[in-house]
Design a protein around this ligand. Structure first.
Ligand code: GLN
Length: 283
């Protein structure tokens, strides 16, 4: 068998099981098996594949066919132009979470951010992307999961920002030593009843998805904790689920009655980020 033949074969296996983008997925898994670039793969399509690699490849294709997300199989996902290691202890980074990073950088341009915290950091994407782009801001990254913090630390080392981020283990803001100027959080926001027991989401850690009865219970707790942990002129950026903007706005207004609240829509037109500004900016 040559690479072209195994690739087409794998594509058909995945397509028959209704896996989207079967060609692309088959290619990513083959490149991962052989540890080669896209260019190399296309230059070597007529080359043979050895038995060991072929067996490994079909094992990965089978995992994908059974619904396991590609990022867990390859151990990688790109976020904000950086490559992150992921495993099943952490949520797979989503492109819509890049809005949190962009909004945070916008805020940094018009406000002084001496300190900030990424709450529920998971594999560390938000804290690390911000560490790469912010100068002079002390960044805390917290998570309830020690296993997730291990993954985040590894990613932090890989991206050379270990001295810029302090990792804290604990329940959201409780572990912060004092109030911060900016809180960024992609908390679990999936309704408990909507967490599936099959399909791609079922491979991800429930701890990172479960937002309680209506999906906003973690956000509610965070807002309560923020009374003591957000600086008087601070800001907060929260990622939310589809249809949660009104409920989250109500929760925030109860705690911070005079805050300016602003929602941002994602690429799909879904209200995805809620920004909370306790006082007007200098600009
Ligand atoms: N974005 C995830 C989803 O696919 C949920 C992530 C979260 O709960 N923060 O629904």
């Amino acid at each position: 068998m040559n690479l072209r033949q195994v690739l087409l074969n794998a594509r058909d296996i995945l397509a028959r099981s209704s896996i989207d983008d079967a060609s692309l997925e088959a290619e990513i898994l083959l490149r991962h098996t052989l540890k080669i670039s896209r260019t190399q793969l296309y230059q070597e399509l007529d080359a043979g594949i050895n038995k060991v690699d072929e067996k490994t490849y079909y094992r990965l294709v089978e995992r994908r066919r059974q619904g396991e997300p590609t990022a867990y199989i390859t151990g990688h996902r790109e976020f904000y132009g950086l490559d992150f290691y992921v495993n099943r202890d952490v949520l797979i980074p989503r492109p819509e979470s890049e809005f949190l990073v962009e909004k945070a950088l916008e805020i940094a341009r018009i406000r002084d951010l001496a300190t900030m915290a990424d709450i529920g950091t998971g594999c560390g994407t938000i804290a690390i992307s911000l560490a790469k782009n912010l100068k002079g801001t002390k960044i805390y990254a917290t998570d309830l999961s020690l296993a997730a913090l291990e993954v985040a630390r590894g990613n932090c080392r890989r991206h050379g920002v270990i001295e810029k981020i302090e990792f804290l283990h604990g329940d959201m803001l409780e572990t912060l030593p004092g109030p911060v100027d900016l809180i960024v959080a992609n908390l679990p926001y999936v309704r408990e009843s909507e967490i599936p027991d099959s399909g791609p989401l079922s491979f991800e850690p429930v701890l990172a998805l479960n937002g309680g009865h209506d999906g906003t219970s973690m956000i509610n707790t965070l807002c309560n904790q923020a009374k003591d942990k957000l600086a008087p002129s601070g800001c907060m950026l929260l990622e939310i689920g589809e249809g949660q903007a009104d409920a989250v706005t109500d929760i925030i207004s109860e705690t911070f009655s005079s805050a300016r609240i602003e929602t941002t829509v994602d690429y799909a037109g879904i209200e995805r980020v809620v920004g909370v500004y306790l006082t007007p900016s200098r600009a």
